[in-house]
Structure formats: structure tokens, C-alpha cells
Design a protein around this ligand. Structure first.
Ligand code: PLP
Length: 229
């Protein structure tokens, strides 16, 4: 992708989606990265099929939901109407929802404890489906937040592979709301690098451009596309 030849932006795209795409291209250019190395996950939680459809029609193909039940209620219909849409689970997963999650999602960003590893390994084996898996880090070590503490990350990632046979593709983080996000993105990138993990799911509406500077491969953007929830 050269400066003389930017990617085409279709004028009919809904404006907000188009603005986010352009900001991704700009952030990539600044970071000397290929825009194709960043996947935009449009986070559609709380929005119904009527709000999601125009975004699919505009060309967006990767969506994120944070609840299994909500996704199950609205996505099977949309997915049969629009083949080629991929769905990512970005919210917490309970072991008793692992079966539904493996059946519905193409990626799961919230692997964070042995019981989930065990449940996912069982379903991946029995359903013969392999969603892309991310280990969620709790980089701010917030007690109320899901995710593995940074000090336990290396051991947990090794256990995912060695004890449960899970292929972990990357790490995900959600920085504390009141912190500057950059140190959290840097820490996540560092832990991924030393564990040989290529993918980084980090950056939301307020900070995805910063996350791209720190190597984000997957940005999870909700309100900047769909509006306030
Ligand atoms: C809701 C949510 C997002 C999107 O947040 P916005 O600020 O609306 O872009 C990203 N990641 C996770 C885990 C979420 O729950």
C-alpha cells in the first residue's frame, strides 16, 4: 500500500465505519504497518439486526459480541443471510457456555482460566471446529476484571498448550478505564512476543490508533461505529 495508492473508500459506506477505517489506515501509515495487518472487529453488542445489517452491507465482515446468549439470538439469521461474516466472542465465557461458543464463534478472546481451557478443548475436539483463541490478560490487575495476571501469563499460556492442547493465537487486553492505555498495550505486546504469539487484540473506540502503534492486530471498535449504547 503506497501513499499514491490508498485503499478505496466506498462513498456509500456508513460514515462512522468509513471514518474508523480511515483512522486505521492513518495509524498504520504512521506506524509503518500494512493496514491489512489490522483486523477491525465491529463490536455490535446491544445493537439489533436492523442496526447491524447496514454495516454488513457496507462491507464489514468481522463482528464482536460480548455475550453468548445475545449473539445466539441475533447472529444465526444474519450469518445465513450474509455468508462470510465472522463472529468473535470478546466477553467473558462460562464453562457451561463453551459448547455454544465453539459452535457459533470464529474466535474467542477471553480464555483466562483452566476450567475454560478444559471446556474449550473438549468442544473443539468433539465439534471439530477450531475458533481462533486469545488469552485475556488483566494488565491492570483489577480484582473485578477477567483475565490472567501478567505475572502468571507465561505459565498459563504454556498450560493452554501443554495441558489442554489449545493453539493460542494471541493475547487480548482491556486497560483500566482511568489509565493511559499505552503501557498496557506495551506490556501485552511484550508478553506476546516472549511467548511467540503473533496476534494482539487491543484497542477500542477511544484508543485503537494508539493500540495500532503498539502492534494491535485486532481492534475491537463498538461505539465509534454503532453510536452510544
Ligand atoms: C464493548 C467492548 C468493546 C468496544 O468498546 P467501544 O468503546 O464501544 O469501542 C471492546 N472490547 C470489549 C471487550 C468490549 O466489551
Amino acid at each position: 500500500m503506497t501513499a499514491e495508492n490508498p485503499p478505496p473508500i466506498t462513498p456509500s459506506l456508513p460514515n462512522a465505519l468509513s471514518a474508523v477505517q480511515q483512522e486505521i489506515v492513518r495509524a498504520c501509515k504512521q506506524a509503518r504497518r500494512d493496514p491489512a495487518s489490522v483486523t477491525l472487529i465491529a463490536v455490535s453488542k446491544t445493537f439489533d439486526a436492523g442496526a447491524i445489517t447496514p454495516v454488513i452491507v457496507a462491507g464489514q465482515r468481522v463482528f464482536g459480541e460480548n455475550r453468548v446468549q445475545e449473539a445466539k439470538a441475533k447472529w444465526p439469521g444474519l450469518m445465513s443471510a450474509y455468508p462470510g461474516v465472522a463472529l468473535h466472542l470478546i466477553g467473558p465465557l462460562q464453562s457451561n457456555k463453551a459448547k455454544e461458543a465453539v459452535a457459533l464463534f470464529d474466535a474467542i478472546h477471553s480464555v483466562d482460566r483452566p476450567s475454560i481451557c478444559q471446556a474449550l478443548a473438549k468442544e473443539i475436539d468433539s465439534q471439530k471446529r477450531r475458533p481462533q483463541l486469545f488469552v485475556q490478560l488483566n494488565t491492570g490487575e483489577e480484582p473485578q476484571k477477567a483475565g490472567v495476571a501478567p505475572s502468571e501469563a507465561d505459565a498459563f499460556i504454556a498450560d493452554c498448550r501443554d495441558q489442554y492442547g489449545l493453539a493460542i493465537s494471541g493475547l487480548m487486553c482491556i486497560p483500566p478505564v482511568d489509565d493511559a492505555p499505552a503501557p498496557h498495550f506495551a506490556l501485552t505486546a511484550k508478553i506476546a512476543a516472549r511467548n511467540g504469539l503473533k496476534n494482539l487484540s487491543m484497542g477500542m473506540s477511544a484508543d485503537f490508533a494508539i493500540a495500532i502503534q503498539f502492534g494491535a492486530t485486532h481492534v475491537r471498535v463498538g461505539s465509534a461505529i454503532f453510536g452510544h449504547r
